[in-house]
Design a protein. Structure first.
Length: 184
């Protein structure tokens, strides 16, 4: 589920094409990501973005210094340098804040269905071809318009981390019978 501004070129492209790629950068790509700040795909740039210092940029891969790769299940490009690239198709677009006079029509939640995940080999868990090792990947995080990374040390053992991941697979949900679910 992705929350986006309705008037964004990204949002328009996703709704028009019905697909997207989520390129998840690592902390060492902070410069590339920051070079995309205040760039807009729309030409002309909307007045509100002009007031905030945005400029039109058609070649965002060129500006960022990242390398475009073809998607395998979608037409949208992947960023080769990003350790995780998630190809997805748009399932549903949900209008948000319909009861709010100011925000109505300005926010959408886009539900996507993942069609392919690409992960760099160096962040994969040894002996587990389909698991990313959280001790190897340092994702770039933006919090309140500032960039952060993760420290390599765990803060503490996580109780939920004691549940085997294999028991969390989507297929296990099928084993739940309607009788075992709470009634409303």
């Amino acid at each position: 589920m992705l929350g986006l501004a309705r008037n964004s070129k990204t949002t328009a492209n996703m709704i028009r094409s019905g697909e997207c790629v989520l390129n998840l950068p690592s902390a060492d790509l902070v410069g590339a990501v920051d070079r995309l700040a205040r760039t807009a795909g729309s030409d002309p740039v909307p007045p509100g973005k002009i007031r905030r210092g945005y400029r039109h940029e058609k070649d965002k891969f060129g500006v960022s210094g990242l390398t475009a790769l073809r998607g395998e299940t979608v037409a949208a490009p992947r960023a080769a340098e990003c350790p995780v690239q998630i190809e997805a198709k748009v399932s549903h677009v949900h209008e948000m804040a319909q009861e709010d006079a100011i925000w109505r029509g300005n926010l959408v939640a886009i539900e996507v269905r993942v069609t392919r995940v690409h992960a760099h080999p160096e962040i994969m868990m040894q002996g587990e071809p389909n698991r990313i090792d959280p001790d190897k990947w340092r994702p770039l995080i933006m919090s309140f318009q500032q960039f952060y990374g993760l420290t390599p040390e765990k803060l503490q053992r996580a109780e939920l981390g004691q549940i085997p991941e294999s028991s969390l697979a989507a297929g296990d949900l099928e084993s739940l019978s309607s009788e075992s679910l709470p009634r409303t």
